[in-house]
Design a protein around this ligand. Sequence first.
Ligand SMILES: [Zn+2]
Length: 321
Amino acid sequence: MVATVAFGMGIDKPNVRFVAHLDLPKSMEGYYQETGRAGRDGLPADAWMVYGLGDVVSMRQMLEGSDTPEERKRLEQQKLNALLGYCESTACRHQTILRYFSEEHPGDCQQCDNCLHPVETWDGTEAARMALSCVYRSGQRFGAGHLIDILLGKATAQVTRFQHNTLSTFGIGQSLNQAQWSSVFRQLVAAGFLEADMEAYGGLRLTALARPLLKGETNIWLRRDPQTSKLSKAERASRHKEAFAGANDDPLWQALKAKRMELAREQEVPPYVIFHDSTLLEILNQRPGSLTEMSRISGVGAAKLERYGDAFLEVLEEFAR
Ligand SMILES: [Zn+2]
């Protein structure tokens, strides 16, 4: 089953394995609640989020453009800042989340992307100054794409039309590539050095924070975006294996699987159509003694209970004897 966020909190489905955020949640509270739908059964589950400069700009625009009272807007801005800080964090994600809720996680979790693939940081002061100066000199009304063209010295049609090839910042940023500049701009917006101007169609302009950085009074460290932060196939397989490690040596587990295979062959369907592994694992761990007890196991709906309940109870009884 694949569901959207409309799949509400009222439904207590414990074996959700994957939560994907294609849009940013509005706050850490929202993120925690939404990702918390995965893995309630205690088995491994993944939370995955895509996030880029465009999301930061549009979230900030949405907030600025709404007609909520100023005070409420500031509060929402702070909540969004905390979430963006989490996105850009180079520390353990579990620690970062718990710290936000004033709790502690003992040590690194060794399960999040930052633990599995530690992120390097680099002194981005010089790059940030080039970026901010480029924003300033081009009139504080262009988006990151155009600004990066100027920094890289690309005389595109738009760059020449505005004579931005004559700016002192034209071509000064060739030590970084397109993706690296995009990362610099994203982090500058996320950290509040730049903001999207509603009246200039989301063009970037300097904030008060930018001044000390431009003047060389402060430094900034940036995260070096990894090439890929995905769990490798091998890591995923090993996590899955771990969850079932105890079960594999258990003869009852083998018997339950054999029964499932037998039913699957009879009905000419793949075994997971009878019961998912996680359901079978719960049967193994809970050892239900009756149909009522079995009905409480997640993945055992009324129809499956009627069709397969007795067959699996027989296996359990046989083992109990
Ligand atoms: Zn971690």
